[in-house]
Design a binder for this molecule. Structure first.
Ligand SMILES: [Zn+2]
Length: 289
């Protein structure tokens, strides 16, 4: 089971989010037939999604969209306060293998584009922030937290893809400096962050709680320990509602010409089949309006 933890550390001056989302990424690989570079990028954005979900209440939700005009196209991740995460990329069959730096996220995503974060806090309007992509996914999200939430942040993300193209390990850590942090805390934190260079290796061999112990010794308070998973809320009913927007005449035409509609959910790749009877049922709802 994938895990998420949230903690306050260093005398309550640092907020910590930590996730291991290996199973989530393997589910995404299976559903979307992701090649390794695509899996690395989506896995990292899904890790960020799960950790940002940790800032939301149960029914609040957010969507992360990354597009750097690279071969992968759009990278889209949804997460909610229950830490259900789903996501997809436009082009799953992307792989680069640069021997020095492993899987090359920048080549896969491209650098010429934007990160959008759209938050649904169940208020009247959605909140959208847009920032230019930086040289890496981690630095892009660092910049996002600084620009849109005025919070100095350090982020490490790691995905290891095995020789059989499954995900060996995936996860991330977000460290945020709270307003009450002293200069000496920030300096001490910087030193500890440097020890996270091999973050994906660490994640592969160490539990989240042991990573907290490693980073902060006993100087932290665990606020939350939760499961996170790949979960898509789509259903045949939700697609039936979407088909209503085609209108009676268009549905009638489809029924006469094709006798069915197959809809595919981008997020989870599930297919829903609507036969003539199903379509007639939808048309009936339209005549009642
Ligand atoms: Zn779905």
């Amino acid at each position: 089971m994938d895990k998420f933890v949230k903690a306050l550390a260093m005398n309550n001056q640092i907020r910590v989010f930590l996730v291991n989302n290996t199973e989530t990424v393997n589910e995404a690989i299976k559903r979307h037939d992701l090649w390794p570079s695509a899996a690395s990028v989506l896995g990292k954005v899904m890790a960020i999604g799960a950790m940002m979900g940790g800032l939301l209440k149960g029914d609040e939700a957010l969507t992360i969209k990354v597009n750097g005009n690279g071969p992968i196209g759009n990278v889209i991740v949804d997460a909610n306060g229950s830490l259900d995460v789903r996501g997809y990329v436009d082009h799953p069959h992307v792989h680069f293998s640069s021997q020095k730096s492993g899987l090359d996220d920048a080549l896969t995503v491209g650098l010429d584009g934007y990160l959008d974060v759209i938050k649904d806090l169940k208020l009247k309007d959605l909140f959208t922030s847009t920032i230019a992509l930086q040289s890496s996914l981690a630095s892009t999200f660092n910049y996002y937290f600084m620009e849109s939430e005025q919070t100095p942040t350090a982020i490490s993300l790691g995905v290891l893809i095995d020789v059989d193209n499954t995900c060996k390990t995936s996860g991330g850590i977000i460290l945020q400096v709270l307003p009450n942090a002293t200069e000496s805390t920030i300096l001490a934190l910087e030193k500890r962050v440097q020890s996270l260079n091999q973050f994906s290796q660490l994640l592969d061999t160490t539990s989240l709680i042991d990573i907290l112990n490693l980073l902060f010794d006993q100087d932290y308070t665990l606020l939350e320990e939760k499961a996170t998973r790949f979960f898509c809320s789509c259903s045949k009913e939700s697609f039936a509602r979407a088909l209503l927007t085609l209108g009676w005449e268009e549905l009638d035409k489809i029924n006469r010409e094709d006798h069915h509609i197959d809809t595919v959910c981008h997020y989870c790749n599930s297919t829903y089949h609507f036969d003539e009877e199903d379509i007639k049922k939808i048309m009936k709802e339209l005549t009642h309006e």
